[in-house]
Design a protein around this ligand. Structure first.
Ligand SMILES: Nc1ncnc2c1ncn2[C@@H]1O[C@H](COP(=O)(O)OP(=O)(O)O)[C@@H](O)[C@H]1O
Ligand SMILES: [Mg+2]
Length: 259
């Protein structure tokens, strides 16, 4: 394993890279009102890999979107580092998303006409920013794409395409990366490849990662699992293993059936 040669992107280890306090998100009103998040308070520590789990409809995507400034919140607070997202003007919010947040989608969202390297550099090219060349090399080496940079997405496997998307999210040294089921479209081998890389980016590059998943094996790559149910945090597990996560999910299934 190589040592950290370049400056790491995050706030100091142990401090909060992002924080929700009594975060509430309500969609619709009257009969169609849905409380997607109900006073959620959670902290994502810097240089930590967190998995978010919970049944379908429990608010996982809503939490990601609200924390990443992709959706507004109804009450409470969402912060990236010390910056409160509510009340930021559009331009400031766009800047914050661009400079401090990386987002990995389930569908890789690569541009088909650009090669891997061009896709990785695209957000910074749009922003008119020069990537730190040493950092970019380091990211590309860590994702294991050095031999594939001239390939277009169609010439890459699903796993490789998602690694390009991960490298794209890392390239600008964001304070935090959010992923909504980033391995949801991958076979288990490609998924393992991407998860291993995400974990490396936390261990070796000091990146902070928060990932939604429904897969206990995927969650076991994380340092911590936060469980959501009905828009609330119901549990928080340190150093998860696939077995313990699975046990935990069974408990909730059982409770769901008896209530
Ligand atoms: N744009 C929306 N409009 C109305 N309701 C929504 C919207 N997005 C999500 N919801 C509702 O909010 C709840 C949480 O959804 P979501 O965060 O997508 O859950 P998860 O990602 O855990 O499956 C669900 O009941 C869902 O139907
Ligand atoms: Mg979802």
């Amino acid at each position: 394993m190589s040592t950290i040669a370049t400056e790491t992107p995050t706030t100091p280890t142990g401090s909060a890279a992002a924080r929700a306090t009594d975060l509430t998100k309500i969609y619709g009103e009257g009969e169609t009102k849905v409380v997607a998040l109900d006073h959620v308070s959670v902290e994502f520590r810097a240089a930590e890999f967190t998995a978010i789990m919970g049944p379908s409809g429990s608010g996982k995507s809503t939490l990601m979107h609200c924390m990443a400034g992709l959706d507004s919140i109804s009450a409470g607070s969402a912060r990236i580092g010390d910056t409160e997202l509510t009340g930021l003007k559009d331009k400031k919010l766009t800047q914050l998303r661009r400079d401090r947040i990386g987002f990995i989608f389930q569908a890789f969202n690569l541009l088909p006409t650009l090669n891997a390297l061009e896709n990785i550099r695209l957000p910074m090219d749009i922003a008119g920013r020069k990537p730190d060349p040493e950092w970019l090399d380091r990211v590309i080496e860590t994702v294991g794409l050095s031999g594939r940079l001239k390939h277009r997405p169609a010439q890459l496997s699903g796993g490789q395409q998602q690694r390009v998307a991960v490298a794209r999210a890392l390239a600008s040294k964001p304070d935090i990366i959010f992923g909504d089921e980033p391995t949801g479209n991958l076979d288990s081998r490609s998924g393992a490849e991407v998860l291993g890389f995400l974990r490396n980016s936390v261990r070796e590059l000091g990146q902070t990662v928060v990932m939604v998943t429904h897969d206990p094996v995927a969650a076991s790559y994380a340092d911590r699992v936060v469980f959501l149910a009905d828009g609330r945090i119901v549990d928080d597990m340190a150093d998860p293993t696939a077995e313990r996560v699975l046990e935990h999910m069974k408990q909730y299934d059982a409770k769901g059936r008896t209530s």
